[in-house]
Design a protein around this ligand. Structure first.
Ligand code: NAD
Length: 288
């Protein structure tokens, strides 16, 4: 396939390189002038999009997605598929679908989970929203860039799934960090705390797979000075998106709102550049 790839940052560049490695003809564009391995470079987003069978975007936010959509949709060939893999608000995702549909394009919102490591390894999980026909057109590309793709439903459903998942993650990570800190203060050994909770009803990804306490459980960013991993500011971005969506539909999310407040304070004070599991050493420094 001829593929245009727009947004070659930490995630986009390795994803584009994997498509090229699999034998696709990939033309990339990034405003920062980044070139992805094995890919040709275009001078602009419309140039990267024109004449391609598929165009993938991997951009920082919804505002930028809206701008790039306005540039590339008129340049794309009717019948081609527009796949946005950025994490953005549900409204921007749906607006991109509408604009693609008016131009006779197929379209999928397909945010990912798996981080930079997953992007490089081609083991991302894609959460997709769009018509069956659109999902089918994008599925062979998801197979190369990822290990799993779930068709979540109509346009915007991929973004909805992503922000719900990450709201659970933000809340559960704070819960696990609070429990470790309380356990410390109660004189409970961290290994014992891990052994019990990871095999009892408190078990969850945040403790079993990504334990925020160094030296116990599987290797995680906690064992590497809390170097991300998944940065606290990216967790804050996703929690803000979930609160924005909850406001729009009137869904009560008291814990999601509190998690957003806690990550907002963390990133504003000393959490920038640290993994989101560094909430544990932060709590350890705080008073009740
Ligand atoms: P990044 O900032 O490294 O990359 C974004 C790229 O987009 C940058 O290189 C930037 O120059 C480029 N860009 C900005 N405006 C542009 C424009 N108008 N035209 C072309 N290129 C433009 O971010 P990232 O870590 O690669 O994340 C990309 C998206 O994936 C975000 O929405 C993020 O929330 C999501 N995400 C990231 C991770 C992660 O671990 N990094 C995990 C899951 C999802």
């Amino acid at each position: 396939m001829k593929i245009g790839f727009i947004g070659l940052g930490n995630m986009g560049a390795p994803m584009a390189a994997n498509l090229a490695k699999a034998g696709h003809e990939v033309t990339g564009f990034d405003v920062a002038g980044i070139v992805a391995e094995g890919c040709a470079s275009a001078a602009s987003a419309p140039e990267a999009a024109a004449g391609r069978d598929a165009v993938i975007t991997m951009l920082p936010n919804g505002e930028i997605l809206t701008r790039v959509t306005a540039e590339i949709v008129p340049a794309m060939t009717p019948g081609a598929v527009f796949v946005d893999c950025s994490t953005v608000d549900v409204d921007s995702a749906r607006a991109a679908h509408e604009s693609a549909s008016r131009a006779g394009l197929l379209s999928v919102d397909a945010p990912v989970s798996g981080g930079v490591g997953g992007a490089a390894a081609g083991s991302l999980t894609f959460m997709a929203g769009g018509s069956d026909e659109s999902f089918a057109a994008a599925a062979p590309l998801f197979e190369i860039m990822g290990a799993k793709a779930v068709h979540c439903g109509a346009p915007g459903a991929g973004q909805a799934a992503k922000i719900c998942n990450n709201m659970v993650l933000g809340i559960s990570m704070i819960g696990v960090c609070e429990a470790f800190n309380l356990a410390d203060k109660l004189g409970l050994d961290r290994q014992a705390m891990f052994d019990v909770v990871s095999t009892s009803s408190g078990q969850c990804w945040s403790i079993n797979t990504y334990c925020p306490a160094p030296g116990v459980g599987p290797t995680s960013p906690a064992d590497n000075g809390y170097k991300p991993g998944f940065a606290a500011e990216l967790m804050l971005k996703d929690l803000r998106l979930s609160q924005q969506a909850a406001d729009a539909v009137g869904a009560p999310t008291p814990m999601g709102g509190k998690a957003m407040e806690l990550y907002d304070a963390f990133v504003g004070e000393d959490g920038k550049g640290l993994d989101f599991s560094a909430m544990l050493p932060r709590l350890a420094k705080m008073n009740r």
